[in-house]
Design a protein around this ligand. Structure first.
Ligand code: NAP
Length: 298
């Protein structure tokens, strides 16, 4: 039987540790870690993601500050808010919930975030440090995936790893993290020729294309590890029911693989947990507290 890489279970275990970390230091710091989330506009999925982050913060004892801005605000006003939060004493981490409406210059906003508070790890300074394999905030989804693999002692060094997708949010930072851990990484994308054949070589196959059920058993080597990053809500033909699925047609690959991540309950919960880790790490750094979280930041 293949092994389920249970992100939900692991994230609860890490959360327990984080909660204790905060409890044991709060007498010294006199305030909890603080996370600011900036949301612009009314994208419904963003609303759900922000709520999940808020709930996760309160489970472990992080204070969250939600700034929900109307899409009529100007770029300049968002930049002013970021500047204010950059120097706010009670804020250790800050993120801009993506996607934001097209009229904003997303990269410019991200580049304004203080790199020490950039808990999404998307600021160019943190990306640059990842390229150089230096310690820094790491992007949450890729860091969550690495921790999920490590938690089951899945070896990365020397393995052939194929990453499908080259986005700034997932594919690129993940490929760099796996490369830094001595994997032999192939990054693929929508213009890749013979994707199927390339994937068949992978010891570890990571699907982050954002295409429902793209990967069936013909892409997968016997005994491979498969990580499904995609998350999609599919509606039945009569529109009466919805269900979540990933980029991988799990029922087709499950008997062939050594290990797999489920959707939901795989990569998703780990992403939120890594956001908590980054926020607490920044808080610990600010108060010069000793930390046991470094090993969670690949
Ligand atoms: P994205 O920005 O749309 O990037 C998708 C990437 O996949 C692009 O590089 C694209 O190639 C590539 N691609 C698209 N179709 C392909 C195909 N048929 N074959 C090979 N490559 C293909 O998406 P993203 O932000 O990276 O997210 C990817 C998926 O992960 C989405 O379903 C998203 O919802 C999910 N996600 C989940 C979590 C989580 O916590 N579970 C977090 C983040 C994202 P080009 O560069 O050539 O266009």
């Amino acid at each position: 039987m293949s092994l389920k890489l249970d992100g939900k279970k692991l994230s609860l275990e890490i959360e327990e540790k984080l909660k204790k970390d905060i409890e044991s230091n709060i007498n010294l710091t006199k305030r909890p870690p603080g996370l600011a989330v900036i949301r612009i506009g009314e994208d419904p999925a963003s609303g759900v993601y922000v709520k999940n982050k808020e709930r996760a913060c309160s489970r472990v004892g992080i204070k969250s500050f939600i700034y929900h801005l109307k899409d009529t605000v100007e770029q300049k006003e968002v930049e002013q808010l970021i500047n204010k939060l950059n120097t706010a004493d009670d804020i250790d981490g800050m993120l801009l919930q993506l996607p934001i409406p097209m009229k904003f210059d997303e990269q410019r906003l991200i580049s304004k975030i203080n790199p020490d508070k950039d808990v999404d790890g998307l600021n160019e300074q943190n990306i640059g440090k990842l390229v150089k394999n230096e310690p820094a905030m790491r992007s949450c989804t890729p860091a969550g995936i690495v921790n999920l693999l490590r938690s089951q002692n899945i070896k990365i060094e020397g393995k052939k790893i194929v990453v499908i997708g080259r986005s700034l949010l997932v594919g690129k930072p993940l490929s760099l993290m796996l490369l830094n851990l001595n994997g032999t990484v192939t990054m693929t994308h929508s213009k890749t020729i013979n994707l199927n054949k390339i994937c068949q070589e992978a010891d570890i196959l990571i699907a982050a294309a954002g295409k429902p059920n793209l990967i069936d058993s013909s892409f997968v080597k016997e005994g491979a590890v498969i990580v499904d990053v995609g998350i999609h809500r599919l509606t039945s033909s009569d529109k009466s029911k919805t269900r979540l699925c990933g980029d991988v047609l799990l029922e087709d690959v499950i008997t062939k693989v050594f290990a797999y991540t489920p959707v939901p309950g795989g990569v998703g919960p780990m992403t939120v947990t890594m956001l908590l880790v980054n926020t607490i790490f920044s808080w610990q750094k600010k108060f010069v507290l000793s930390s046991t979280l470094e090993n969670l930041l690949p």
